[in-house]
Structure formats: structure tokens, C-alpha cells
Design a protein around this ligand. Structure first.
Ligand code: IFM
Length: 443
């Protein structure tokens, strides 16, 4: 038995990636609706209008989870489904949907882990400046209180934000995600308000759901220099500061790393960095989304003077991300030692591959099976070193709308035929099911 008896075995999804029903039953427009309907933004020209039609098929999807033997499910609430304008009037049909979903999960013995923000900001709030507006802190806190009040009698695990680094930098600095900006100052302003909104929301969630566990999910990568040269090592340190430490330090220490503040100072002109102390509220757990190692070389380009390199000959997924399970073990041990979270969940881990077609009722995906095998081994190794790892969520239950990549990149344990919406198990789903059941049998 390598995992604790009460370990959470789950899968993760996100509202805009699976729900569809984009403007149905009173749902308001979100920034991903606006963005994906803008030509040139999504690789295959698709949108999340229908996605996996989970809004109508959630019962079937919960049954799939039960068949796999899962005891936990991480999903996100679509903010504009419950508050179409982001603030003000609630949409009863939206709240009812999440009520039904939670009840269905509990009826199958599956614990809901709710993420409040997985990127589908109400467009009405973006029109008011979105996360760049300091008022966004209060908008989010009010929304969090509403949801915790509604679901807190049944939902015992709450995650405020999913991957603030991606929200801030992929959306506002690199321009690849909604809202599609390329402005470093905007990105740091967004990061600041997202983090402050986390700090503001946590006590309100606890107030509404006193016995709940509350945390945040960070995208973290294992960063290594491409060589031992001092310049590469310094560059790797900066990249780690950009993606990892900025957010870990804010949440656990209530400050931004000084080396990075000095480096990006001109981009901090619209915020008061010291105010970030309000983001460091006590947490029950940290969620980590881990996918890959990032190899870094020194570069001439501001602001980070660091560039990612992908040497030939290493194993990569269809996203071009290196398969590096040792990075997961190392990251877990490092975060635990340096930041001391009370508990950790792997809230996402998984891989996209160019899967073959469905044949004889199954999709054979040996590379994904291997990916999971190796990363679960890495989790077991971290546990053996004392890391308080409490659960693991595979990304994702079903193939879904992979943001700027559209539907071409498939991360599911379960294949989705987007013409018919048929779900077909992949070999990796059976692997995960058998792995979980073997762990339970060993206990
Ligand atoms: O699909 C995303 C998810 O929404 C956030 N984390 C990474 C996944 C794969 O790119």
C-alpha cells in the first residue's frame, strides 16, 4: 500500500472546457466566449459553445466516474452561469445546475472539489476592466461567498483559483488566452488582484462553510538550467521566480520575491507590492497542477533574460511538454520543505497525445498509460519522503476544449466523439481504475 487509505482519487475538469450550453438558461457571456468567437484566436477555429455538452450529460459523466471507482471530482463553477453580469442578480437556473451536479456526485459516493475560478470571467466584468480593476477583489469575494453559501452544506473542498500564473501571463502578457492582451504591466496587475481576491475569499468561504477545507491551485513547473553555467543557472532561477515563486511567496509568505520585484519593477507601477500580505491567509491545502519540467538557458530578451529550450531526443507529449515524472517528486518535496503547506493535492496531472481512433470499443493510448504510471510512482515516492499528499486528480476525465488549441489536443481518460458526443473509455481509464482498486485492495 503506497497511498493512504483515505487518499482522494479523482479527475479534474473545468466549466468552459466541458459544459457547452454557452448562453443557455440565462448564462451570461464569458471572456472565453468572446475570445473564441474572435477569428484567429483558436487553432482549429472552434469555440466552447457545445464542448462536451456536459451541462446536459452530467449524469452520464458522473456515472463514468463511479464506474472508474473515483471518490473525488474537481470541477469549476462558471461564474457567468450563476451571476450573468458578474455581480448583482443571480441566475437561479445556473445555481440549480450545480446543485444537481453536487447531489449526483454525492449520491455516487464522489466528493466534490469545487474550483471557483477556472478562467471564464463574466464578459460584463471584463468590460469594467476585468482583473485589472481593483474592484475585482470584491467582485470575486462576493461570488465566492454566494457559492459557498449555496453549496457549502455539501461541498467540503473549495479551491479559489486555478493557475493564477496562466490567468495573468498567458492571458495578458503572451496574449494566447482570453482576454488576449500583450502587456506586462497588465499581467502583473491582474496577478496582484487575483491573489488578493483569493485572500479576500478564503475567510468568506470559511464563514459560509465552517467545516470546509479551503485552498488554491497553482500551476507549478520543475525548472532546471540547461547547463551548469552560472548564466543558465541564474536564468533558471529567474524563470522559477516568474512562474513559481511569485505565486508561492505571495500565498505562503505574503510578499513577492525581492529578486523578481527588482527585475520587473517598471511593470509594478499600478500596484502596491506590499499590499500582497493580504493574500497570505492560512490554507488547509495547496493544489498543484504539474505537467512538465522546463529547461532554461540564459537569453538576451527582457524582462526575464531566460529562454525555454526543448532538446531533441527527450520524450514530449502532443503539447510539446517534456515527460519528466522525477520533476513531480522533486517539486512536491521542494514546495513542502520551502513553504510548509498543511496538505497538498495534485489537482491536475495528465498528457495530450495523438490518440488513434476508437477500435473495438476502446482507444489504445499506451503513452498516456505510461505517463500516469510514472507520475503516480513519483507521487508515491514523495509520500515516502514525508510529503503530506492527500489526493491526485487526473487531467482530464474526458477530452475537451483545450483553450487556444481547440479540440485537437486530447487529454481525456475517456474519448469524446464531438459529432455524436459518444464517450469511449481509453486504455488509460482502465489503467487508472485498476490502479486505484489495487491500492484499495492493498489497504
Ligand atoms: O486544460 C488545461 C487546464 O484548463 C488547466 N491546466 C492545464 C490543462 C492542460 O493544458
Amino acid at each position: 500500500m503506497r497511498f493512504p487509505r483515505d487518499f482522494a482519487w479523482g479527475v479534474a475538469t473545468a466549466s468552459y472546457q466541458i459544459e457547452g450550453a454557452a448562453l443557455e438558461d440565462g448564462r451570461g457571456e464569458c471572456i472565453w466566449h468572446r475570445f473564441s468567437h474572435t477569428p484567429g484566436t483558436i487553432a482549429d477555429g472552434s469555440t466552447g459553445d457545445v464542448a462536451c455538452d456536459h451541462y446536459h450529460r452530467y449524469r452520464q459523466d458522473v456515472a463514468l466516474m463511479a464506474d472508474l471507482g473515483l471518490n473525488a471530482y474537481r470541477f469549476s463553477i462558471s461564474w457567468p452561469r450563476v451571476l450573468p453580469a458578474g455581480t448583482g442578480s443571480v441566475n437561479p437556473a445556473g445555481l440549480d445546475f450545480y446543485d444537481r451536479l453536487v447531489d449526483e456526485l454525492l449520491a455516487h459516493g464522489i466528493q466534490p472539489f469545487v474550483t471557483l475560478y477556472h478562467w471564464d470571467l463574466p464578459q460584463a466584468l471584463q468590460d469594467r476592466g476585468g482583473w485589472e480593476n481593483p474592484d475585482s477583489v470584491a467582485w470575486f469575494a462576493d461570488y465566492a461567498a454566494l457559492m459557498a453559501g449555496r453549496l457549502g452544506d455539501r461541498v467540503k473542498h473549495w479551491i479559489t483559483h486555478n493557475e493564477p500564473w496562466v490567468v495573468s501571463f498567458i492571458g495578458n502578457y503572451l496574449g494566447i488566452h482570453a482576454p488576449g492582451k500583450r502587456d506586462l504591466t497588465a499581467a502583473y496587475t491582474v496577478a496582484h488582484h487575483v491573489l488578493l481576491s483569493h485572500g479576500a475569499a478564503v475567510p468568506l468561504i470559511r464563514q459560509a462553510a465552517p467545516d470546509a477545507q479551503v485552498g488554491i491551485t497553482l500551476y507549478l513547473c520543475h525548472v532546471e538550467p540547461i547547463s551548469d553555467a552560472e548564466a543558465d543557472r541564474q536564468a533558471a532561477r529567474r524563470h522559477d521566480g516568474y512562474v513559481n515563486r511569485w505565486f508561492l511567496d505571495a500565498v505562503f509568505k505574503g510578499s513577492y520575491p525581492q529578486d523578481m520585484v527588482t527585475l520587473v519593477e517598471p511593470a509594478l507601477q499600478r500596484i502596491d507590492p506590499a499590499a500582497i500580505r493580504a493574500a497570505a491567509v492560512p490554507l488547509d491545502f495547496l493544489g498543484i497542477n504539474y505537467y512538465t519540467r522546463i529547461l532554461i538557458a540564459a537569453a538576451e530578451t527582457a524582462p526575464f533574460f531566460a529562454q525555454e529550450v526543448r532538446p531533441a531526443g527527450l520524450p514530449y507529449t502532443a503539447m510539446g511538454w517534456e515527460v519528466y515524472p522525477e520533476g513531480l517528486r522533486a517539486l512536491l518535496v521542494r514546495v513542502w520543505r520551502e513553504y510548509g503547506p498543511r496538505a497538498i493535492y495534485i489537482t491536475e496531472n495528465g498528457a495530450a497525445y495523438d490518440d488513434p481512433d476508437v477500435a473495438e470499443g476502446i482507444v489504445e493510448d499506451p503513452q498516456r498509460v505510461r505517463y500516469y504510471q510514472l507520475h503516480l510512482d513519483a507521487c508515491a515516492a514523495a509520500l515516502a519522503e514525508g510529503v503530506p499528499l492527500r489526493g491526485y486528480f487526473a487531467w482530464s476525465l474526458i477530452d475537451n476544449f483545450e483553450w487556444a488549441e481547440g479540440y485537437r489536443k486530447r487529454f481525456g481518460l475517456v474519448h469524446v466523439n464531438y459529432q455524436t458526443q459518444a464517450r469511449t473509455l481509453k486504455r488509460s481509464a482502465l489503467f487508472y481504475r485498476d490502479f486505484i482498486s489495487a491500492q484499495r485492495a492493498a489497504g
